[in-house]
Design a protein around this ligand. Structure first.
Ligand code: GGG
Length: 354
């Protein structure tokens, strides 16, 4: 029996609550479908850990993490500690240190999930967003001058490299090529950000020549935001910079019914380093500890992890079980208009695995 070593970082707020349901479901599916054993190592790295140790993870934390086959991550962020510590010392460096340059964020309108847009049927919205994950607007490049004075100056630099643009665009084109619609939209803002986004567009026009079988075009981010609402069914694969991808995927989550269903994978395609799988949502301190968070985004993220590990049958059965539970509509967490708990939703998916 193949054994996979998985690091589990529940993190803050609802992170640990939803991630435990993902662990249960992934473990059962892997055993049942692929006769594989997932061995979980829980790492308590979080805001609570920071308060105790003065850092988000131990000194050798990155070396510890490097040894795992994958990382399952809940959420990070707590109102009592600035994001520049919690998010910027754990989540964002993880993506860069392990060169997880592909942030894949699928958005799908499931049967049984009310869509806030009129007239959309299950499956009408079915897109994959490829978000660049290691540079762009989230590169920690910048600084302060004259802080604490009237003349305080803050500089935040977006970093766009030919290599960085090319590899995320290529990953997105490869994905589009595999999909029935073979369509790709590259998100830009080169009419305002002429340097970074200008390079992004240049690389897009170069790479697209290699994919004549993919129908591709470039779209301004503001027009994309409008079209995610007006005609989300027109999108298939979408590729965007770090910031634009982050913002647009909250919108794609909203139009597919709930951010509680939005999964993501932070992938190092070379497999030189572990990839990391996390729900798109954050730590949601407003509902933390109540046991009512929707665990489906975490469970679907675990399905992306199973795919990445090569456990395709397990991944497929998890997605099917989630679909079945949503379509039945008997178990619903509050974000879906119901009253069920996180654990009840986990139980329902486990039962639907068969
Ligand atoms: N599970 C997602 C999470 O913890 N999000 C917190 C956050 O601030 N994320 C920023 C990002 O995804 O770039």
């Amino acid at each position: 029996m193949a054994v996979y070593q998985i690091a589990v970082i529940g993190g803050d707020g609802i992170g640990p609550e939803v991630i435990e349901q993902a662990v249960r479901v992934a473990e059962a599916a892997a055993r049942q479908q692929d006769r594989a054993e997932l061995h979980w190592t829980r790492l308590p790295w979080s805001t609570a850990y920071y308060k105790q140790h003065g850092r988000m993870l131990p000194e050798d934390g990155w070396d510890q993490l490097r040894t795992f086959d994958a990382i399952l991550f809940g959420a990070v962020g707590d109102p009592s500690v600035p994001d520049k510590i919690t998010v910027h010392e754990l989540l964002l460096p993880m993506r860069r240190k392990f060169d997880q340059y592909v942030n894949l964020r699928p958005a799908y309108l499931f049967a049984g999930v009310p869509c806030p847009l009129v007239g959309k049927k299950p499956g009408d919205i079915d897109m994959l967003v490829y978000r660049e994950n290691t540079e762009g607007e989230y590169a920690p490049v910048g600084g302060h001058l004259y802080p604490g004075t009237e003349n305080h100056i803050a500089v935040q630099t977006g970093v766009f490299t030919r290599r960085g643009c090319e590899r995320i665009l290529r990953a997105a084109f490869e994905a589009a090529r595999q999909r029935p619609r073979k369509k790709l939209t590259s998100i830009t803002k080169s009419n305002a950000q002429v340097y970074g986004m200008g390079l992004w567009d240049d690389v897009f026009h170069t790479v697209r020549r290699e994919y004549p079988d993919v129908e591709s075009h470039s779209l301004l981010v503001d027009a994309a935001a409008m079209d995610f609402v007006r005609k989300p069914e027109s999108f298939d694969v979408v590729v965007a910079s770090n910031l634009f991808g982050d913002i647009l995927t909250d919108l794609s989550a909203a139009v597919t019914g709930s951010i509680g269903l939005a999964s993501s994978a932070n992938i190092n395609p070379t497999k030189q380093f572990p990839s990391m799988f996390e729900p798109v949502h954050g730590s949601a301190p407003d509902i933390a500890g109540q046991g009512i968070a929707n665990p489906l985004a975490a469970i679907l993220s675990a399905a992306l992890m199973l795919d990445h590990l090569g456990l395709k049958a397990s991944a497929a059965v998890v997605r099917q079980a989630v679909s079945t539970v949503l379509a039945a509509g008997k178990v619903k967490t509050p974000d879906l208009g119901g009253h069920n708990t996180t654990t009840q939703m986990g139980d329902a998916v486990l039962a639907a695995l068969g």
